[in-house]
Design a binder for this molecule. Structure first.
Ligand code: KIV
Length: 274
């Protein structure tokens, strides 16, 4: 059974931490079978699973449905639920209430973005209440409109130091790990080397303690947009398209269902019908 402590153990043993996203029961089952160290029910599901334009629209109640499905599919995995946009920013009570929805749905921890005084207080209150927190720094998608697009963060030594300082505050507040998104590999490596807790990179090079990517991206299932940092390990889009097209042709030509896929009446009953 993987727990919040598994991440630190992997880092301490110099073993890379492998994370992926999942949004549904059957994907979660496969991820557990493959021995993935942590499964994130990311708010990226807004685009990838629901076809929304961005992550802003998804609500905690919608997220709960996906967290429930994933936690049923991967009962022995460490499942982290993303806190959606503005579900934790209004006040600590709202943040705690929505975080508790994720835990009640089956997650073992939550992820939230950024680092300011308010976020640090919220993190501490979550941890005091029994909710482990995964931090998220660098490019933080929920701030995309203020950042002004998908911009690489930590591009100078000074900016890298700023992110490190935030990361150290998240560590002091009790985060068990921090996602570092979209930054030069040297910056992410420097930050990782100056923290005790693990970092999980996405578009942040190989120097992090572990990696996370969106499953649908690396499996070639979601094709609307593929970031530069994604390596494709399968082309599910083409495999699914081929299967669906063959099924369509078979039905059109009367080849499916064949006798193999059909049920038959007993001879006596058949004769009565004739
Ligand atoms: O929503 C998401 O999928 C994420 C990434 C870190 C993978 O936040």
């Amino acid at each position: 059974m993987k727990t919040v402590h598994s991440f630190q153990k992997l880092k301490d043993n110099n073993e890379k931490i492998v994370m992926l996203t999942a949004y549904d029961y059957s994907t979660a089952q496969v991820l557990e079978e493959a021995g993935i160290d942590g499964i994130l029910v990311g708010d990226s599901l807004a685009m990838v699973a629901l076809g929304y334009r961005d992550t802003y629209i998804i609500t905690p109640d919608e997220m709960q449905v996906f967290v429930k499905a994933v936690s049923k599919g991967a009962k022995n995995s460490f499942i982290i639920a993303d806190m959606p946009f503005m579900s934790y920013n209004i006040n600590v009570e709202q943040g705690l209430e929505n975080a508790s929805k994720m835990i009640k749905a089956g997650a073992a921890a939550i992820k939230l973005e950024g680092c300011n005084k308010y976020i640090l207080t919220l993190i501490q209150r979550c941890i005091e209440s029994g909710i482990p927190v995964l931090g998220h720094l660098g490019f933080t998608p929920q701030l995309m409109n203020t950042i002004g697009g998908h911009k690489i963060q930590g591009k100078t030594a000074e900016m890298t130091e700023e992110i490190l300082s935030s990361a150290q505050k998240l560590e002091a507040a009790g985060c068990f790990a921090i996602v570092l998104e979209l930054m030069p590999k040297e910056s992410a490596e420097y930050i990782t080397q100056n923290l005790n807790i693990p970092t999980i990179g996405i578009g942040a090079g190989a120097g992090c303690s572990g990696q996370i990517v969106v499953s649908d991206d690396i499996l070639g299932k979601y094709t609307d947009f593929t970031p530069k940092f994604v390596k494709k390990y399968a082309n599910l889009h083409d495999i699914v398209l081929k299967g669906v097209s063959e099924y369509k042709n078979d039905v059109k030509q009367g080849l499916f269902p064949s006798d193999n896929e059909s049920f038959e009446l007993e001879t006596e009953e058949k004769e009565k019908l004739c």
